[in-house]
Design a protein around this ligand. Structure first.
Ligand code: GLU
Ligand code: MG
Length: 467
């Protein structure tokens, strides 16, 4: 479980002693340095590193890093808002000791996610991890709710020798086939071992639809931990692949055409240890609250795509009939609606029932994506929003009138449309707070400008090795 407390200058009670003991233990295991990791608004995982012996100092006083990264683009250009993007100022990065792990794929290193606070000890309004922690805490305090989340990871494995930044799949053969599993056997076995050593509970790992594409899914955790694990797991996948002479991309679309890489988010709401998605009087065992939670997410989904599909490359993936879920619809175990209701197998439903949000990719900052989804779901739950009828089959087959009657909308087909929806969604903006909401808009507009005039192939190439 992740702690719900914010860091403070000087360290929270016990932190410094704990960090001292940890750094001794890490040092004796041959860990020389600690990677301090956070995700910027554009979805890039940014880091600083410290020698292991500095861990206690970092726990007490943080490590400096400029707030300018909140308005960095994926290509490292910088945009600005009223508050962010200036070369002035500094922030302190505070490692979360509860989530520090020794990296199995990078001998000599440990890793910890950070919270960012100001030099005055205030929470930094651009810190997406803090924003997520706070919405989780507020839901517990105000509504007695807790959440479990899991972020699936799909990625493309390429040959490092490929020229000019091209993508050459490292495993071909039929989709989901043994051929591809055998081809990357050593690398994926090492990945499973690394996950086990790092305490990541893997549920499945398999070759996916597109050439070179793989997917891994992990056990559900509290939302902050789920976001942390998503970042850690990608760092691990990259490191292990590198040791096998392979390159990886989590880009939504390594190629302009074909199936892309998703980052589907599984989510469930709980009260007093009871899963609200099971054992209720609603459809498929959902409680009334769970139905309204799903309705809330569906209602906000067009605006949410600015958080869950934040890159111009995201819209190369978000196409109908590719299992990316591009319609505001829900259905049990359906792969084309944006929300798939998972009931779990008989005997497991009270533990396993959840919802899966499909129009999410791994260009998304997972803390922001989860904050948006929780805000949307809570909006539905607290207003007792009615859940529309279930849609079965591929919504792409619905005629315009049928779709309108069923309340089914196509999600934004471009980042510009997603930003327009986000600008019109006050609830989502309020959940992020004005500083972060403005940063999201500025960064997304910057990404749109960065690809102006480029065709789909060039957009895919521009982001191929950024995520
Ligand atoms: N690759 C698909 C996507 O873009 C998802 C495939 C699946 O359902 O696992 O989201
Ligand atoms: Mg998949």
């Amino acid at each position: 479980m992740t702690t719900l407390a914010d860091p403070v200058p000087g360290g929270r009670p016990g932190d410094v002693d704990r960090a001292t003991a940890l750094s001794d233990e890490l040092g004796s295991k041959g860990v020389d340095g600690v990677v301090l990791s956070y995700v910027d608004t554009a979805g890039i995982s940014r880091v600083k590193t410290i020698p292991t012996a500095r861990l206690a100092s970092a726990a007490a006083w943080g490590v400096g890093m400029s707030p300018v990264f909140d308005t960095f683009l994926a290509n490292d250009f910088i945009v600005s808002t009223d508050v962010l993007g200036s070369p002035d100022g500094d922030l302190r990065l505070y490692p979360d000791l509860d989530r520090l792990v020794t990296l199995a794929g990078q001998p000599g290193w440990a890793w910890a996610p950070v919270d960012r606070i100001t030099q005055e000890g205030e929470p930094h309004p651009g810190c997406s991890r803090t924003v997520l922690r706070r919405i989780v805490r507020a839901a517990a305090e105000r509504h007695g709710l807790a959440f479990k989340a899991g972020i699936e990871i799909e990625w493309s494995v390429g040959r490092a020798e490929a020229a000019d930044g091209a993508f050459e799949p490292a495993a071909t053969g039929p989709a989901y086939s043994a051929t591809r599993q055998v081809k990357l056997s050593d690398c994926t076995a090492e990945l499973l071992a690394a996950c086990a050593q790092q305490g990541i509970e893997v549920e499945q790992l398999h070759p996916e639809y597109a050439a070179g594409q793989f997917e891994i899914s992990t056990a559900a955790l509290d939302p902050v931990a789920a976001a942390d694990i998503s970042v850690l797991l990608r760092q691990t996948i990259r490191a292990v692949a590198g040791r096998h002479g392979l390159v990886v991309s989590f880009s939504p679309a390594v190629l302009a055409e074909g199936v892309g890489n998703g980052g589907h988010i599984h989510l469930s709401a709980w009260r007093d240890g009871v899963n609200l998605h099971s054992g209720g009087k609603g459809r498929y065992g959902m409680t009334e609250e769970a139905e309204s939670f799903v309705a809330g997410i569906l209602g906000h989904l067009p605006a949410l795509t600015a958080l869950t599909a934040p890159s111009p490359a995201s819209y190369l993936r978000l196409k109908p009939s590719q299992w990316a879920g591009v319609f505001t619809a829900w259905g049990r175990e359906t792969r084309e609606a944006a929300i798939r209701i998972v009931t779990g197998t008989a005997g497991l439903t009270d533990r396993a029932a959840n919802l899966e949000v499909k129009p999410v990719d791994l260009a998304a900052n997972p803390y922001l994506a989860l904050t948006g989804l929780l805000a949307a779901g809570l909006d539905g739950l607290t207003s007792a929003a009615p859940l529309p009828e279930e849609i079965t089959g591929d919504p792409a087959g619905l005629g315009t009138e049928e779709a309108t009657a069923a309340g089914v909308r196509r999600l934004p087909t471009s980042l510009a449309r997603a930003v327009k929806e986000f600008r019109g969604d006050e609830r989502l903006q309020a959940a992020l707070g004005p500083v972060l909401a403005d940063a999201v808009i500025a960064v997304r507009m910057g990404e749109i400008d960065a690809v102006a005039g480029l065709d789909d192939e060039a957009v895919a190439a521009a982001y191929r090795w950024k995520y």
